[in-house]
Ligand binder design. Structure first.
Ligand SMILES: [Zn+2]
Length: 115
């Protein structure tokens, strides 16, 4: 459930910085993100520009290299976390790509059960 928001946030980020989409194209994406998350994104964007989103790298914020706490690691499974040191939005690329893959091949029979 929360993963959808991370995905949407990345979608917004890519549209904005990689595709340089116009505001009217960003609006429908922004509409799908919660207000507190959007406020955070916007204020950090003013401060850091393109590096507002920081992928987790070796268990640390890739921008400031501060190790992410265990509590934050747990949250990363479902959402982005705010870096305690630099304030950027940290996401876990592995989880994000997992979500993207799931969406891409959402075959009904891919679920396995173990005994
Ligand atoms: Zn950081």
């Amino acid at each position: 459930m929360m993963k959808a928001e991370v995905r949407t946030l990345i979608e917004l980020y890519e549209a904005e910085f990689e595709n340089q989409a116009p505001d009217e194209a960003l609006e429908p994406i922004r509409a799908r993100i919660s207000d507190p998350m959007l406020a955070r994104y916007d204020s950090m964007k003013q401060r850091f520009g393109k590096s507002v989103m920081s992928p987790l790298q070796h268990g640390a914020c890739s921008a400031c290299h501060m190790q992410v706490s265990n509590a934050q690691r747990l949250k990363l499974a479902e959402n982005v976390v705010i870096c305690e040191t630099c304030g950027r939005l940290i996401y876990d690329p592995e989880i994000l790509y997992g979500v993207l893959m799931e969406e891409r091949n959402s075959k009904p029979q891919s679920k396995e059960s173990s005994q």
